[in-house]
Write a protein that binds this ligand. Structure first.
Ligand code: 3BY
Ligand code: FES
Ligand code: FE
Length: 412
């Protein structure tokens, strides 16, 4: 049996109350199918508009086998291109980020304009038509300061996601913020283990002493069930709505994304050890009042989860490296005029989530090591605490089955 059929068989037979079979977390051929059917087809979060402040500012990202460059053009528009030269294929931009007048290939110096058109190619003969050799575009969309790309020839719809989340995100003014700090770690575990861990707080009390000062263990905070019946949640939503902020739980029909505001513990307003704001200057006037707006949580499979508070926001980007390695990039965003050492202390701003990320990295790595054992077999979820994990696995299963050529069974 070929790998595709084998994977399809396992997914079709998967009991939603149990974790996945070992191969989904360890097998390079399964990983390749994840790349081809998810990461090469869907919209992926890559970074923020404010990281590309000027004409020619760029960032690069590696999506499986695809190097991509994202750049701000002369009209101020953010575009994305395959970062592979149309001459003999060299990578053009080799740094994580930078600023250029033109995209110049380091190999033989073919030079591309910021709109991707080829401008200079030396000594290529009279019949050469530069217009035929522009950079290949990658779909690129932005919403409220968050940049998404899609490397597929035809991208799925982005508008429904934009229409849903833009009114929630826009008041935080991330478009005009600045990245106060970023961290990138490699977790030695499959990308799905990173997500499964993120989608539950069953592990929080035993692992996250710092985060647990402010983040509720209650499944309604992290998960997707019973959220709309939680009285504390409803009270927060009503307070937010009274000051014009959208707050209610919304989830995509196919389960790909959800957004909601949640109350933090003990009236905390930020993920600090004290629960007090880490940044004196709020992100915007719209979120600056006396009303405690808690934290807004957005996940969008397969690449991002986000927390937005009144004083700062944190974005997380999940990129798959191999069957057993995942890159997690975390960015702390503050008002662009907030001054380090005056308006915020960087250590205080980043402490809780740097600790939490490191704790989660260890969790994921231990999970991966245990799953690699021949003795591993899928185990039962806690329905009370791991509804979010079940939802992630259901999304994964329902996304993969039709794309592998099968019929989805348990669409909810
Ligand atoms: O990072 C998250 O979104 C969730 C919330 C806290 C830890 N993790 C379960
Ligand atoms: Fe880019 Fe030759 S490969 S100029
Ligand atoms: Fe955690």
């Amino acid at each position: 049996m070929n790998i595709r059929d084998e994977m399809l068989g396992l997914l079709s037979a998967h009991d939603p109350n149990f974790s996945l079979e070992q191969k989904f977390y360890t097998d390079p051929a399964y990983f390749q199918l994840d790349l081809e059917n998810i990461f090469y087809r869907d919209w992926l979060f890559v970074g923020h508009d404010c990281e590309l402040p000027l004409t020619g500012s760029y960032m690069t990202v590696q999506i499986g086998a695809y190097p991509v460059v994202i750049v701000r053009d002369k009209e101020g528009r953010i575009r994305a291109f395959h970062n592979t030269c149309r001459h003999r294929g060299s990578r053009i931009c080799t740094q994580d980020k930078g600023k250029v007048n033109r995209l110049v290939c380091p190999y033989h110096q073919w030079g591309y304009e910021l709109d991707g058109s080829l401008r200079i190619a030396r000594q290529v003969g009279p019949d050469f038509k530069p217009a035929d050799w522009g950079l290949k575009p990658v779909h690129c969309e932005t919403v409220a300061g968050y940049i998404y790309i899609c490397v597929a020839d035809e991208a799925p719809d982005f508008n429904a996601f934009r229409a849903t989340v833009e009114p929630y995100l826009a008041p935080h003014n991330i478009k005009d913020a600045k990245v106060a700090f970023e961290s990138t770690i490699i977790e030695k575990g499959n990308w799905k283990l990173v997500w499964e861990n993120n989608r539950e707080c069953y592990h929080c009390a035993g692992n996250h002493p710092e985060l647990c000062r402010t983040y509720p263990e209650a499944p309604t905070a992290t998960g997707v069930q019973g959220v709309e019946e939680d009285p504390e949640m409803i009270a927060l939503w009503e307070n937010c709505e009274a000051i014009g902020l959208k707050a209610r739980f919304q989830m995509a029909k196919d389960g790909r994304y959800r957004i909601t505001r949640i109350p933090l513990l003990n009236d905390a307003v930020s993920y600090t050890m004290s629960g007090k704001a880490a940044v004196k200057k709020p992100l915007s006037d719209a979120v600056a009042g006396d009303t405690n707006i808690g934290a807004m949580l957005l996940f969008n499979y397969p690449t991002t989860w986000n927390h937005l508070m009144s004083d700062h926001a944190i974005s997380f980007r999940v990129l798959p490296i191999s069957a057993e390695e995942t890159m997690l990039t975390t960015k702390w965003l503050v008002h662009k005029d907030a001054v380090e050492g005056v308006d915020y202390d960087l250590e205080e701003l980043t402490y809780v989530w740097l600790q939490t990320n490191d704790q989660d990295r260890r969790i994921v790595e231990e999970n991966a090591l245990g799953i690699r054992s021949p003795a591993y077999e899928p185990g039962p979820y806690s329905v009370q605490h791991e509804g979010g994990v079940m939802q992630f696995v259901e999304w994964y299963t329902n996304t993969m089955i039709p794309r592998l050529g099968g019929k989805t069974q348990n669409l909810s």
